[in-house]
Design a protein around this ligand. Sequence first.
Ligand SMILES: [Zn+2]
Ligand SMILES: [Zn+2]
Ligand SMILES: [Zn+2]
Length: 278
Amino acid sequence: MKLTVLGSGGSEGIPVSYCKCKTCTSGEQRLRPSYHLDISKNTKLLIEAGPDFRIQQLKYGFNFTHCFLSHPHYDHIGGLKELRQTFIIGIPRNKKGKIKRFTKKFFILSEKLHNNISETIGTSLFNETYKAAYKDLLSKGVFKSMILKPYQFKKIGDFEIAILNNLHDSIISNGFVLSHKKKIIIYLSDVGILDEATKNFIKKLKPNLVIVHTPFFLSPLIGGHIGVNNLNDIFQGETVLVNHFSHKCNMTQKEMEDEGKKKYSNLIVAYDGLEINI
Ligand SMILES: [Zn+2]
Ligand SMILES: [Zn+2]
Ligand SMILES: [Zn+2]
């Protein structure tokens, strides 16, 4: 499997418009968090529908068959509207005016998140809410939702996936364990407190890669996000990719790499375009 980091920024991206802080003037650029996982010839997973979907797709030219959604924050589902612009509004027609059909794609998400997006978020006279975008993508047959129960592996094509429940501020954020050909990836997304059930579920696994979001890098923000300082309490030396950096952590790539290694030896600090073979 090949993982590509499509975006390594915080919810506001880097640089932040008008900001003159050290990070934002360093020349480093980070789009909002998203990943592409090339699992096999026929299976490609987009992890998160971030608001930078369009620019990421144009930059990296990827295709995908499945899209995992972790939780209903803008930086993780803002791209639903971009998916709608791409696959419904902007859909190309041939000379006879016939709509070009894309192969159906799948959202992978929990029932709670499915209900959150499709029922409660936002209202608009102009029908351009996340709810409208999500429902349009489903009702027009471009996407179909696969609603998974936490902690139960489901076989999808040639991979297996189980979703995890964790606390992120006051909401549930879903991560996943994905296995393909005896390789295992654990994705924790935005997480403040690991659920006991998650700890039990992952402790028997030997993941080849763990991905976790640490917007403030070393320092945890209790409830909202963990930090690199917490990694030794949770993992036993597995390779951990940290990502989703806010300009508020005020560190450059090199500073994070140097400081991070002192706290957790098997650490990879994400940047846009980073590729990892698993
Ligand atoms: Zn800044
Ligand atoms: Zn979040
Ligand atoms: Zn986030």
